[in-house]
Design a binder for this molecule. Structure first.
Ligand code: GLU
Length: 489
């Protein structure tokens, strides 16, 4: 049997990190088994589906490093992968099920259904509608012919039980009395999720349905439908949901939930994919940093945890830092470049890229996210902008003007101009003045880079060059005399 899985996102919102992780597990499973991956567009909710969300989902999945063999954007042997374009097929299946006596036009009134539910609840039973108000087919036909519309409900066989061996959670059974005679086709002719999803899983030959555990209650319905269609049921696997560090369902309170927000904040897709993969699966004992390609041969659904997995933004950030440091320095610059351009709000000139490249290794060493790079290297490109908080904290000390002046004197004669010669000159100056490095170097850092948080000072000065360094020290001295920042004219 060739394994075939599907990603089945609904384009009614941005790709959620949990959706990304579900897709990733599907992909890892299929690729580890030499199987096929399909991307389906679950876009039957016309009012809420948008092209923009669909594009976000496709981009997000590709950004993570996933690929698929057929689907909404790449086509494939089944032709159409958008559910909104397969409505005729769903209607046909619903009608076939009616003809076979496995489904019926439900003429129940809201009142009948309400009364039923109240009664069931009062008796402590599952309020699953059991078809008791179903019309006989003669009468149903007559009312349809008279122009009445009615939804089509699936006739759940009762009593009975629907069991399956969940690939993640193990043996699971649902008593059929707990399952509604659920609607498969609404009275306006639109399919419900249950019908569209099941018909597609059957038509497209999906062998394994791996999805979030929120869909577990739907699975017995899908199995009953599949078998009523005369098809073989897929193997189902339900993934535990992601929680925040406090154990509650992952939500915006815990940080971003949209995958694209992590991309925009400067997370590497390699780190994101690695982190999502270890939320519920372990590539090996005490082993966490494993690139996607290396996970493929090791992945197994049996090893996926049944417990909820904690999405911890702090750990993700740490892992991103690990991946950032693994990049070749040139790759780091290339990845950081768009973020620096976003900080500056303009494109970089080739000479500026070279300047960034000179300082980048020192930024790379400590960075956790690519969006930190722009603010840290901006001082190299154009005029310095002073960060007010840094300035107020560091530059108010009465000794600062003298420190700036001495530093200028020391730096004027440094030959050749390099990080080590700059360092030697400044350290000698500090010693002569009896100043600690902290006290003596912080004002220089603020003067030269604009902030008390910057790449290492001597390297920064080296890359900036003597002329600019001296100019900035002069400039800062002047600002102090002008009593900046009270009059920043
Ligand atoms: N479109 C459904 C969702 O996004 C897919 C469910 C499934 O995998 O069957 O929730």
């Amino acid at each position: 049997m060739t394994i075939k899985v599907r990603f089945a996102p609904s384009p009614t919102g941005y790709l959620h990190v949990g959706g990304g992780r579900t897709a990733l597990y599907n992909w890892l499973f299929a690729r580890s088994q030499g199987g096929t991956v399909m991307l389906r567009g679950d876009d039957t909710d016309v009012a809420r589906s948008t092209e923009a969300y669909a594009a976000d989902i496709v981009n997000g999945l590709r950004w993570l490093g996933l690929d698929w063999d057929e689907g909404i954007d790449v086509g494939g042997p089944h032709g159409e992968y958008h559910q909104s374009r397969r409505l005729e097929r769903y209607r046909q299946v619903a009608m076939d099920l009616v003809d076979a006596g496995r489904a019926y036009h439900g003429f129940e009134t809201e009142e009948q259904l309400d009364t039923f539910r109240r009664q069931a609840q009062a008796e402590g039973l599952a309020p699953a509608y059991d078809g008791r108000h179903r019309l006989d087919s003669e009468e149903a036909r007559r009312r349809l012919a008279a122009g009445e519309a009615a939804p089509i409900r699936f006739a759940v066989p009762r009593p009975g039980e629907t069991r399956f061996d969940d690939a993640v959670k193990g043996d699971i059974g649902f008593g059929n009395t707990q399952i509604d005679d659920f609607v498969i086709l609404r009275s306006d002719g639109s399919p419900t999720y249950h019908l569209a999803s099941t018909v597609d899983d059957v038509d497209f030959g999906i062998t394994h349905v791996i999805r979030g555990e929120d869909l577990l209650p739907s699975t017995p319905k899908h199995i009953l439908l599949t078998e009523a269609m005369g098809a073989t049921r897929a193997i189902y696997g339900h993934l535990s949901l992601l929680t925040g560090p406090d154990g509650s369902k992952l939500s915006k309170r815990h940080g971003h939930t949209a995958l694209n927000a992590y991309r925009d904040d400067g997370y590497l897709p390699e780190a994101m994919a690695n982190y999502l993969a270890i939320l519920g699966w372990s590539p090996g004992e005490d082993e966490e940093i494993v690139p996607l390609a290396d996970m493929v041969p090791r992945f197994s659904l049996d090893a996926v945890s049944r417990n909820p997995a904690v999405f911890d933004p702090t750990k993700l950030e740490w892992m991103n830092g690990v991946y950032l440091r693994q990049l070749h320095p040139a790759a780091f610059v290339a990845r950081a470049r768009p973020f620096v351009e976003a900080t500056l709000d303009r494109e970089l000139q080739p000479a500026e890229v070279d300047q960034i490249a000179a300082i980048a290794p020192f930024v790379q060493e400590r960075a956790k996210r690519l969006d930190e790079v722009g603010p840290q290297v901006a001082f190299l490109l154009g005029d310095v902008t002073y960060d007010q908080v840094s300035w107020d904290k560091v530059m108010a000390d009465p000794s600062v003007p003298v420190i700036l002046a001495r530093a200028m004197t020391a730096l004027r004669t440094v030959e050749p101009w390099s990080a080590s010669t700059v360092e030697a000159a400044l350290r000698t100056m500090l010693e002569e003045r009896g100043l600690s490095a902290r006290k003596g170097l912080q004002p220089l850092r603020v003067a030269v880079t604009g902030s008390s948080i910057s790449p290492p000072l001597f390297e920064s000065m080296a890359v900036l060059g003597r002329e600019s360094t001296l100019r900035r020290l002069t400039e800062a001295g002047k600002r102090l005399l002008d009593r900046w920042p009270t009059t920043d004219a």
